[in-house]
Design a protein around this ligand. Structure first.
Ligand code: FAD
Length: 404
């Protein structure tokens, strides 16, 4: 009889976990709070390490129509728009890191993941199903839903995001840390921006106590904007909180017209306070294990939160499938050992990057950005090299080769 996993949360991490486990022959069932699996109107960047996993599990063909590949990733000064550094990406990523670097609308990524899961395991998502607790038994675990129902499986995976109920039960309730930063986001059709459309790149605009990122989604036809600024007294979190255009314009006043024009043209602007958590000492308890933001939420300034949840899902399934991991709790411990160093490193660099993008005056901007400008101008390969450990990760097959 197949082993069975219950996955709490149908976000990017939970869906990827369901696909990976199905690929190794497990039965899967996702329980999702929301009434339907969908995503908010925002873009996401998936670096080559994430694309490699999506390729291996058959998701990439379902994304081809909607993805966008930026030719370069660049950093510009937020006010003047002057270029600080440009790193070639489109024609380098495949050769250097083994896969492409893509930008995509979250809804298109979620649609691709759900379509792939439906191919492998139809009807495996239960929506409107809020999980409130878990129970560990000798050889299995169970979950209880808000509606009173309970379900049992060999493994319960908490992929329920930064405010994870599974994590709370495992470690006791502890509020996520407000990072003192707030993110604005918007999606605007390129055609409405005229000559002031941001470049078709991944562009980080740096400034005093704030930065912005512009990318392309919907096969390049729309611009995705994320603007992050230091803000101590606004701490609401939720992808659906609308902000006032006047506030966004005031936050980015005096910035390059590319940015202010985009804010003016945006039909709606959403606001989101950014939280994170310190690394955990372990990610499992008996037959219950965490992945993605539930295990290691991180700031978006390395564009890795979702990518790391995709990696987690693959490595967890690979470890469960490996012949050495006969016991599920042992395999979960092995998975943690394989992942913790890398995810902690990404969490740290993400926090550091935010600081780097928010230099507060001309002098600190000069001493921090001049060396980057110099390296980018004369030896861009050194900048690419800095990402080899992250983007260049190889994953190997999901099943041990003897079982393939
Ligand atoms: C502004 C911004 C920009 C970002 N840009 C990028 C980027 O470019 N690249 C990148 O890789 N990452 C990016 N990230 C990070 C990325 O969004 C997250 O890391 C990623 O979505 C985490 O996925 P997840 O599946 O672990 O959790 P989530 O996406 O939070 O999914 C959790 C799911 O669980 C469900 N759920 C919650 N509680 C329960 C419960 N009790 N019962 C059942 N279901 C439950 C939720 O409804 C949700 O569907 C960005 C983040 C922000 C804020």
């Amino acid at each position: 009889m197949n082993r069975k996993a219950i996955i709490v949360g149908g976000g990017i991490g939970g869906l990827t976990a369901a696909i990976c486990l199905r690929e190794i022959g497990w039965d899967v069932q996702i329980f999702e709070t929301a009434p339907l699996i969908s995503e908010i109107g925002a873009g996401i960047q998936i670096s080559p390490n994430g694309v490699k996993v999506l390729q291996k599990i058959g998701v990439m063909p379902l994304l081809e129509e909607s993805l966008f590949e930026p030719e370069i990733i660049e950093i510009r000064l937020g006010k003047s728009g002057n270029k600080l550094v440009q790193v070639p990406m489109k024609y380098v990523a495949l050769g250097r890191w083994g896969a492409r670097y893509i930008q995509i609308h979250r809804a298109d990524l979620i649609a691709g993941l759900t379509a792939r899961l439906a191919e492998l395991s139809p009807n495996s998502i239960k929506t409107d199903s809020k999980v409130i607790s878990f129970d560990n038994m000798r050889d299995a675990a169970s979950i209880s839903l808000q509606n009173g129902k309970t379900y049992q499986a060999d493994l319960v995976i908490g992929a329920d995001g930064i405010h994870s109920a599974i994590r709370n039960q495992m470690f006791g309730p502890e509020a996520a840390r407000f990072t003192g930063n707030v993110a604005w986001r918007a999606i605007v059709p390129v055609e409405s921006l005229g000559a002031l459309a941001p470049p078709p790149t991944g562009c980080i605009w740096t400034g005093r106590h704030k930065h912005a990122v512009t990318t392309r989604v919907r096969s390049g036809k729309a611009v995705n904007f994320v603007g992050i600024l230091e803000h101590s007294d606004w701490q609401q979190e939720g992808w659906h909180i609308e902000g006032k255009k006047a506030d966004a314009l005031s936050d980015f006043k005096d910035w390059n017209p590319t940015i202010t024009n985009l804010l003016k043209k945006a039909e709606s602007l959403h606001k989101w306070a950014l939280f994170d958590r310190a690394p955990l000492p372990h990610w499992h308890q008996g037959h219950v294990v965490l992945l993605g933001d539930a295990a290691h939420p991180m700031l978006p300034s390395m564009a890795q939160g979702a990518v790391q949840s995709i990696e987690d899902a693959y490595i967890l399934a690979q470890t469960l499938a490996s012949s050495s991991a006969t016991q599920i709790p042992t395999a979960c411990g092995e998975y943690f050992q394989k992942r913790i160093k890398r995810t902690t490193q990404v969490q740290k660099i993400s926090a550091k990057n935010l600081n780097l993008f928010h230099k507060s005056n001309a002098w600190t901007q000069f001493i921090n950005y001049a060396p980057i400008w110099f390296v980018g101008r004369y030896t861009p390969i050194l900048l690419q090299k800095r990402y080899d450990w992250l983007y260049g990760k190889e994953f190997g097959p999901l099943l041990p080769t003897s079982l393939n």
